[in-house]
Design a protein around this ligand. Sequence first.
Ligand SMILES: Cc1cc2nc3c(=O)[nH]c(=O)nc-3n(C[C@H](O)[C@H](O)[C@H](O)COP(=O)(O)O)c2cc1C
Length: 215
Amino acid sequence: MKTYRFCTAFMLTLAAFLFLFPAAGHCCWEPAPQGVIEDNCTGGGTKILIVYDTEHGATAIVAQKIFQTLCGVNYGVDLVFVDNLNPETIANYDGIILGSPIYIGQFLPGMNSLLSKSHAEIAKIPSAFFIACTYIGNDTPERQEYAKENYVKKNLAAYSDIQLDDIGILGGEFRYDELFWWEYILMKIANFKEGDYIDNEKIEAWADGVGNKWH
Ligand SMILES: Cc1cc2nc3c(=O)[nH]c(=O)nc-3n(C[C@H](O)[C@H](O)[C@H](O)COP(=O)(O)O)c2cc1C
C-alpha cells in the first residue's frame, strides 16, 4: 500500500513537472523575464555583441558586468536581451558572447531558440559562452569541469559548427522570493538552497580573457 502511494505521488509529481517544464526547464505560461538590462558603448575598432537570456535577472547582472569590463578596455559593445536581438545583425560584429542561466541542467528556451535559428551566423564569427548557475557557488576545478561538460558542451552538442573560444562558468543567484509559484514548489521539493554567487572579480577576469583573445 505504501509503495503504491509513493508511486502514485511520484508519477503525479513527474507529470506536473513535465507539464510545467515542457522542453527546457522553462514554463509555457511564464510571465515576462525580470531584470532585463540592455546597453551599448562605442570604442575601438572591435565590435562585440553580448546576447543573454534570463528569467529572474541574475544573468542580466552578470552580462552587464561583462559589458562594463569590455567597454572599459575600449571595445564597442552592444548588450542585448535574447528576445530583442535581430539575428540579422550578428554579421555586423567581430565577436559574440552568448549567455544563459541553467534551469534543470538546460539553457533557457530563448537561448535555445537563437542557437537553433542562428547557429550558422554565430559560427561565422569568434564566439564565447557563459552560464550563470548556482552549482558553481562552491567553485572547484571538478565542478568547473562538470559544468563545462554537462551544462555547456552537452547543450551545444547539436551545434558543432560553433567553435567557442572560451566558456565561462559563472555564479548566479537563487532566491525564493523572486520565483514563479511553480518554481517555488519544485525547488522547495528539491530542497534547493538560496545563495548569491555573483562574483564580480571572476566575471571581470573571464571577460578580460575573452577580450584579450579578440584584440
Ligand atoms: C527552477 C530552477 C531550476 C534551476 N536549476 C539549476 C540547475 O540545474 N543547476 C544550477 O546550477 N542552478 C540551477 N538553478 C539556479 C539558477 O541557474 C540561478 O538561480 C540563476 O542565477 C538564475 O538566473 P536568472 O536570474 O538570470 O534567471 C535553477 C533555478 C531554478 C529557479
